[in-house]
Every structure is written in structure tokens, then in C-alpha cells.
Design a protein around this ligand. Structure first.
Ligand SMILES: NC(=O)CCC(=O)C(=O)O
Length: 269
């Protein structure tokens, strides 16, 4: 399975509509080169451009949905279109869209863990509640978004739902680049799953983005890693690898907590 991660630059001087058209062009350019294409978190507006979230919010079936559905269809790829600011029922959500090669919506995911503590996304957006997996032809993929990467229980829940790979769009800052690569590898090793982590490039809202999108295999090896600038990272995945690793080194079968009641020592007398 060929995957392409489009590490697009978010530049505040580029109008959202132009970036949307550019992202769609970049997806179309992967026609024949990829089976799965991934875009990053909140690439239309920028993950840290909180003052624009409300103004640039869209309904689910808005301009980003339409542009990405058409791009997936034209490129004949599975497309994880990253996320956009969704307006629904009086709330905003950080919502990811996954399209099948015929341009149909296969899944949507509202980011569960919102970043910012008492600011930005954490106060402006509502939290999603549902774990989401998507069955690609030979690989079940679980989705998470950026800050979600810090919450291992989410990814373990996705494994329990059948995930063999995780797609994680992000807008991760350069100043925490070390955490980004470490967490991506940790989620891969502990879950014996591929991690496809796609970040943004450029600087927006005064926050320099890390770039450095990466693909980690189920043994924790980094198969490919981008630099800091705009780039398309291409990699080939072996869909049978997660099952092979889980068979050869069956650590997931040794789980105790969350599966059965923990064994307790005898009370001391
Ligand atoms: N957009 C995000 O979720 C940023 C997360 C982040 O900066 C971090 O976890 O560190």
C-alpha cells in the first residue's frame, strides 16, 4: 500500500480558498502514485489561528468537504483530508474527513482531546466523543488528531476496535518536535501498529510548525521522515506487517488491565 503525506505549509498570507485549491491540486498529483493520501490538521486555517476559527468554520458539507471529495475521486485514492473547523449545532469541532476513492465520505472524526489548556481550541471547540476506525482494503486504520497523540488510551481503544495503523494529522509546533517523534514511535511500538503522522510546515499565528511528518512501522522503526518545509512524504506500507509483529512478539496478548480484573496480592495478615 502506497501512502503519501502532504505536509502543506500554512502561510497566513495565502487566503484559505487558495490553500484549499492548492491542497486539492496536491492530492490530484498523487494519482497513480498513492493508494492513501493524508493531509494535516486544520490546514485550511492553521491549528493555532484561534481568532479565525469561527470566521472560517464550515458545515460538514462545506467547501473543504466538496473540494476534498472531488480530489479523492479524481486521484482515485483513499484520502484522509486532515481536519477543518466544523460548525454544527452552535458548536465548533476540529473534524477530520476520510474519503474513499469514489469520493464518498467513509468516516469523520471529531478530535477528542482539545489543545490549549484554558485558551484557543480548548475553549473555542467542543470535544468529540467517538473513536473512529476505517476499513481500507487490507488495513484497518484508526484516526486521532495531533494532541490526541499524548493520550495512549485513545490508541489502545482504537486497537481494541481493530486498528492496525493510525493516521494522525497534526499542527505540531517546532518547539516540541522531540515530543512529536517520540510519541509517534511510542504509539507504534506499544500498539504494534503503523503510525502515519502528518504535520504542517510554515509559521502561522506566530507559531513555527515542526513539519517532520513521519511514518513509523509496527516495530517502531521510522520508515520515512520529512524535513521542516512543505513536502510530500511517500512511503510503502506492508498491510500484513502489524499481524506479523503481533504474532512474533505477542505483547498485546499479555494485557491485564482493562481486559480482566487485575490480579491482586493476598492481603497481608
Ligand atoms: N494542535 C495541537 O493539538 C497541538 C498539540 C501540541 O502542541 C502538543 O501536544 O504539544
Amino acid at each position: 500500500m502506497r501512502a503519501s503525506l502532504i505536509q502543506i505549509a500554512v502561510d497566513p498570507d495565502e487566503p484559505v480558498a487558495e490553500r484549499r485549491a492548492r491542497a486539492a491540486r496536491l492530492v490530484r498529483e498523487e494519482r497513480g502514485a498513492a493508494d492513501l493520501v493524508v493531509l494535516p490538521e486544520l490546514w485550511p486555517v492553521g491549528a493555532f489561528a484561534a481568532d479565525l476559527f469561527a470566521a472560517e468554520s464550515e458545515p460538514l458539507h462545506g467547501p473543504t468537504y466538496e473540494a476534498m471529495a472531488a480530489a479523492a475521486r479524481d486521484a482515485e485514492v483513499w484520502l484522509h483530508a486532515g481536519s477543518f473547523v466544523e460548525a454544527a449545532g452552535g458548536s465548533l469541532y476540529n473534524t477530520s474527513l476520510v474519503f474513499s476513492p469514489d469520493g464518498e465520505l467513509a468516516a469523520s472524526y471529531r478530535k477528542i482531546h482539545r489543545f490549549g489548556f484554558d485558551q484557543g481550541e480548548a475553549v473555542l471547540m467542543a470535544a468529540g466523543e467517538d473513536l473512529v476506525t476505517v476499513d481500507l482494503p487490507r488495513l484497518t486504520v484508526g484516526v486521532g488528531t495531533c494532541y490526541d497523540l499524548r493520550f495512549p488510551e485513545l490508541f489502545r481503544g482504537l486497537v481494541d476496535a481493530g486498528a492496525q495503523a493510525f493516521v494522525v494529522p497534526a499542527g505540531w509546533p517546532a518547539r516540541r518536535l522531540g515530543h512529536w517523534t517520540l510519541l509517534a514511535r511510542a504509539r507504534a511500538v506499544e500498539n504494534q501498529a503503523y503510525v502515519l503522522a502528518c504535520g504542517t510546515a510554515g509559521t502561522h499565528a506566530g507559531v513555527e510548525q515542526a513539519g517532520h511528518s513521519l511514518v513509523v512501522d509496527p516495530w517502531g522503526e521510522v520508515l520515512a521522515e520529512a524535513g521542516p518545509g512543505e513536502e510530500v512524504l511517500r512511503v510503502v506500507l506492508d498491510p500484513s506487517k502489524p499481524a506479523e509483529i503481533r504474532e512474533q512478539f505477542p505483547a498485546l496478548k499479555d494485557r491485564l488491565l482493562g481486559i480482566a480484573a487485575p490480579r491482586r496480592p493476598h492481603p497481608s495478615r
